[in-house]
Design a protein around this ligand. Structure first.
Ligand SMILES: Cc1cc2nc3c(=O)[nH]c(=O)nc-3n(C[C@H](O)[C@H](O)[C@H](O)COP(=O)(O)O)c2cc1C
Length: 199
């Protein structure tokens, strides 16, 4: 039996809509887990109140497009601004996860997901990986498999640079929903575990 809602934040920089569409899918997946409260934050427009929402979250899922082999500059600006939280260890032991999108199939997205894991580790957060085997890697596989591009640290989606977000691949959106559900589930386990230990 749940003892109260678990708080998740999806903290994302959306470039031209593609990464925002992934963020919405992560949020949908997380919302499917009972008693999960999910808030979305545009990190390039973050307000003082939203910094406090991050401070109060049980889990934060970071998202940014891959620009020049890493997270976008807007995300890095947010990460640098979070250094005040780093100083006070405000995000210590929260769960963290991540998602990105790029134009090329590989597109150096490992650089972005790897950066997210380092960023989370600097804050003392606990990383939740994607937890899916690679899709589309055998004769029976297809591009419609979950995790079709075969990344492990988080969601790595792809969209053609000359197409809008409405054409994003369903398998990528389904993979993002999967990550949302996974993080919400683990957040529930951790929160309930901490409450049990405190009794
Ligand atoms: C400045 C810039 C740098 C980019 N660098 C990469 C890159 O390193 N690898 C790649 O595959 N695509 C790259 N792209 C394409 C974007 O990753 C892709 O268009 C983006 O993920 C779309 O998501 P968005 O609408 O949220 O920006 C770049 C695009 C821009 C504008």
């Amino acid at each position: 039996m749940s003892t109260g809602p678990v708080h998740l934040v999806v903290a994302c920089h959306d470039g031209r809509g593609h990464t925002g569409k992934l963020a919405a899918a992560v949020r949908r997946g997380a919302s499917e887990v009972a008693d999960t409260d999910v808030v979305s934050i545009a990190v390039d427009e973050i307000t003082p109140e939203q910094w406090f929402q991050l401070d109060d979250a049980d889990a934060v899922i970071f998202g940014a497009p891959t620009y020049m082999g890493s997270a976008s500059a807007a995300f890095h600006q947010f990460a640098e601004a979070s250094s005040r939280r780093w100083l006070t260890r405000r995000w210590q032991d929260k769960l963290a996860a991540g998602f990105t999108n790029s134009g090329a199939k590989a597109g150096d997205k490992s650089g972005t997901l790897g950066y997210f894991t380092t960023f989370a580790a600097q804050h003392g957060m606990v990383w939740v990986n994607l937890g899916l085997r690679s899709g589309w890697n055998s004769a029976k596989g297809s591009e419609n498999d979950l995790n079709r591009l075969g990344f492990s640290h988080g969601v790595a989606a792809q969209s053609n640079i000359d197409e809008g977000p409405e054409l994003m691949h369903k398998a990528d959106l389904d993979t993002a929903e999967y990550l949302g559900r996974r993080v919400a589930t683990y957040a529930r386990i951790v929160v309930e575990g901490k409450r049990a230990l405190a009794r």
